[in-house]
Write a protein that binds this ligand. Structure first.
Ligand code: EPZ
Length: 419
């Protein structure tokens, strides 16, 4: 088990280079199955979820290697259609292989991804979209068997702009016979990144970045080399840490545009922010205790749910009252319960948290409840007057390549404790 020890009340100063995006690279890895040959993706973070996806691809007969941020995936001759159950339980994104496997192999076997601390997280939207394209699904004891005689273009309207369902349908459509229209689809930056990647492989996609995508099926795709975009949630995490701890930080490697709503909220707290699109830099100065603020999460371009618990940590130390509403997941408040160990004053009413800020917070010993909740506890600890210890940091390693390295590069007093 790994833990992080961190000293609070240390303002942050410095620059941090942002790692490649976890939520962009996972669908790209699945999409590599669509092209016979070797795909190369650069700027890939060495995180647990990437390692897990590599193991799944290898179980499907696609050898992978990762070194110095360069990931190669050899999808010349995939010979498997089954996603090992142990990986499905570990990572929900394994379901992103459904579309590529049905497209390339004509069949797929997986399992219902368990829910997790943030909610039930079903995959009904994925299944319905793929059924509309000619796939047939059977369920038996938690196992999902899918098959098709050939995917066909279809008009699909999502009941909710689901990121994963949009990605699965997109990957199923690029080699399908005919044209597919995806309506009310997710428009997160990670979807646009997948569109760019597939287009580089030879796909014909119209509407990149919009909530309506039109895909003309092509006969084949060719492997490509691709440089992965920066992780907007990591960037938002470190900027929020500076709001809680104070100081002057620069995050480099993410287009400021994709963080438009979080930056608006941070300005509302009193942060001075300068953005430089051309060098992909965001400079933030926080010279005072953050003022209370309001956040309501939602599909992009609304406030990202993945930054909800991190901003809750800032609200816990902010001046006055804050209000945070979570509309994307039905149970993404696990961090709030743990944050009260730091003296945070949080009251939950339905999907809304009402926070009465206090400063400083109290140092504490607490376990990370999940990936983003773990990062949030670190941010809370940075506003506490003493030394804190966060356990269960395996959760954090799923999405942050080395959160201690990044925070220390900004002047934080933090260290890994291997227990
Ligand atoms: C992606 O998850 C991200 N993961 C999540 O990031 C992120 O929080 C989420 O999108 C929302 O932005 C990756 O990209 C790997 P959804 P995904 O399908 O695709 C419901 C992180 O911390 N739903 O957009 O699973 C679902 O239960 C992770 O990096 C259905 O009901 O999210 C949720 O309430 C956490 N049926 C809502 O839609 C379905 O078939 C949004 O889910 C699919 C989803």
């Amino acid at each position: 088990m790994s833990a992080i020890q961190i000293q609070g009340m240390r303002p942050l100063f410095g620059t941090v280079e942002i790692q490649g995006s976890k939520n962009a690279v996972l669908p790209l890895m699945a999409a590599a199955v669509l092209a016979p040959g070797v795909t190369v993706i650069r700027h890939v973070p060495a995180i647990e979820d990437v390692i897990t996806m590599m193991k799944i691809l290898e179980a499907l007969g696609c050898p992978c290697s990762l070194g110095d941020g360069t990931l190669t995936i050899d999808a010349k001759d995939p010979d498997g259609i089954g996603i090992p159950e142990k990986y499905v339980g570990k990572m929900r994104s394994s379901c992103l292989l459904l579309g590529p496997l049905l497209s390339r192999m004509g069949e797929a076997v997986t399992y219902f991804p368990g829910g997790c601390v943030i909610g039930a997280r079903p995959i009904d939207f994925h299944i319905h979209a793929l059924e509309q394209m000619g796939a047939v699904f059977f369920e038996a004891g938690g196992m999902i068997l899918a098959g098709t005689g050939g995917l066909k273009g279809s008009e699909i309207r999502f009941p909710y702009p689901s990121v994963g369902a949009t990605e699965n349908a997109l990957m199923a459509a690029v080699l399908a016979e005919g044209t597919t229209v995806l309506d009310n689809c997710a428009a997160e930056p990670e979807i646009a990144e997948l569109c760019r990647f597939l287009t580089k492989m030879g796909a014909k996609i119209h509407g990149t970045g919009e909530k309506r995508l039109v895909i003309e099926g092509v006969k084949e795709l060719t492997p490509t080399e691709f440089f992965l975009t920066g992780d907007r949630i990591c960037a938002g995490t470190y900027l929020a840490a500076a709001c809680a701890a104070g100081g002057e930080v620069t995050v480099r490697g993410v287009d400021p545009w994709v963080l438009k709503e979080p930056l608006r909220v941070m300005r509302q707290m009193g942060a001075a922010i300068t953005t430089r699109e051309e060098t992909q830099e965001i400079l933030l100065t926080m010279e005072r205790r953050p003022a209370g603020f309001r956040v309501c999460t939602g599909p992009y371009p609304e406030f990202p749910t993945d930054l909800q618990s991190v901003f809750l940590a800032v609200a816990s130390a902010a001046e006055g009252r804050s209000r945070i509403t979570e509309t994307v997941f039905e149970a993404r408040f696990a961090a709030a319960a743990v944050m009260q160990r730091f003296g945070a004053r949080i009251r939950a009413e339905g999907r809304t948290l009402f926070v009465e800020g206090r400063y400083p917070l109290k140092p504490s010993i607490a376990d990370a409840p999940d990936l983003r909740g773990g990062a949030a506890l670190l941010v809370a600890a940075m506003a506490a007057d003493g030394r804190s210890m966060i356990g269960n940091c395996e959760h954090i390693a799923r999405g942050y390549e080395d959160i201690v390295r990044d925070l220390v590069s900004l002047g934080a007093e933090a260290e890994w404790i291997r227990i």
